[in-house]
Design a protein around this ligand. Structure first.
Ligand code: FMN
Length: 320
């Protein structure tokens, strides 16, 4: 399956692992890249030392290309982070929040491509005007911090706005090859998948997370400000219900994040030995969660995405 994205990234399949903070560490990243997809480290919760270590460990496991995702909301981390990404041998930087204007040149000089997460058409236009190499159109169905526009209308509108200049990657609620085929039909050049890759043996998670994904139906997630103060889609639980009933108790970002941490509802950094209470814990998940019934090795998932998309596209051709 060759697209502008596979050509640009030098990969076989247009399937990208989302750079999920607290989940996308070296084992998962290497497994996806090694299978011909593109793995992205979720570095938002990593210290600079941990990021260096994680990049080195990816390199020990595979010589295939990989990327790093950081939140552009933390400007002080960005410049040093971008130099580190160049040194660590990553070939893509993804800005999780905002357009990474100040560091695009440093990254490009180091032969690192730059992409930006976008939840609105105007974010995508700003990212392309700032020099980003491609954009990721993330719909509200997505797990983690998310906006209000759904993937189905967002992707083609972003394709119309910037698709003649850069590749567009679809994200949010995509969990199998039918979603990949649909994204290609909407004009996207690939997919960026989060939640489905958490339910893999290679994903690092806080306790109870994978079980929560296996038991949660498609309507079992909610967008809540209760964990960080920003709108974040996660598995609905007693904590999100409480916040929904008592919005007056919410603080803005980042104070609400500190409160959630203090209340034992948020464990950043994917600590597999944390003492978590699943009734309160932040388990970010997209609406595709209802389709997750088993853990599947990440490389196998990449291969299934492609095989299923090919079948779906054959079916589309046969109804013409
Ligand atoms: C646990 C989790 C953590 C995430 N952390 C980040 C992050 O640090 N930076 C970012 O750009 N996106 C983050 N996201 C959003 C993903 O990049 C991606 O857009 C989203 O997972 C796609 O939707 P899906 O989960 O339905 O596949 C996160 C998502 C999840 C589920």
């Amino acid at each position: 399956m060759r697209t502008r994205l596979t050509d640009m990234l030098g990969i076989e399949h247009p399937v990208m692992l989302a750079g999920m903070g607290g989940v996308s560490f070296h084992r998962l990243v290497a497994a996806v890249s090694d299978a011909g997809g593109f793995g992205t480290l979720g570095a938002a919760t990593m210290s600079p030392e941990e990021l260096a270590d994680e990049m080195a460990k990816v390199r020990e496991l595979t010589d295939k290309p990989f990327g790093v995702d950081l939140l552009a909301a933390l400007p002080e981390r960005m410049l040093e982070g971008s130099r580190q990404i160049v040194r660590g041998g990553a070939s893509l930087f993804v800005a999780g929040l905002g357009v990474p204007r100040d560091i695009i040149d440093v990254l490009h000089e180091g032969n690192v491509l730059v992409a930006s997460m976008c939840g609105k058409v105007r974010h995508a236009v700003a990212a392309v005007e700032a020099g980003c190499d491609f954009v990721i159109a993330q719909g509200t169905e997505a797990g983690g911090h998310t906006g209000t526009v759904a993937t189905m209308p967002l992707v083609p509108q972003i394709v119309d706005a910037v698709g003649d200049r850069v590749p567009v990657v679809a994200a949010g609620g995509i969990f199998d090859g039918r979603g990949l085929a649909a994204s290609l039909c909407l004009g996207a050049d690939g997919v960026w998948v989060g939640t489905r890759f958490i339910a893999t043996p290679e994903a690092r998670t806080v306790p109870g997370y994978k079980d929560a994904l296996l038991r949660t139906p498609e309507d079992g997630t909610v967008i809540s400000k209760g964990f960080t103060g920003k709108t974040l889609r996660a598995v609905r639980n007693k904590w999100t219900d409480h916040v929904e009933r008592h919005p007056e108790e919410l603080a803005p970002f980042p104070e609400q994040m500190m409160r959630a941490i203090q209340a034992n509802a948020l464990h950043l950094g994917g600590d597999e030995h944390a003492q978590v209470d699943p009734d309160k814990e932040c388990y970010p998940a997209g609406q595709g969660v209802g389709a997750i019934h088993e853990l599947v090795p990440a490389g196998e998932l990449v291969r299934r995405f492609v095989a299923e998309a090919e079948r779906a596209l054959d079916r589309v051709m046969s109804v013409r």
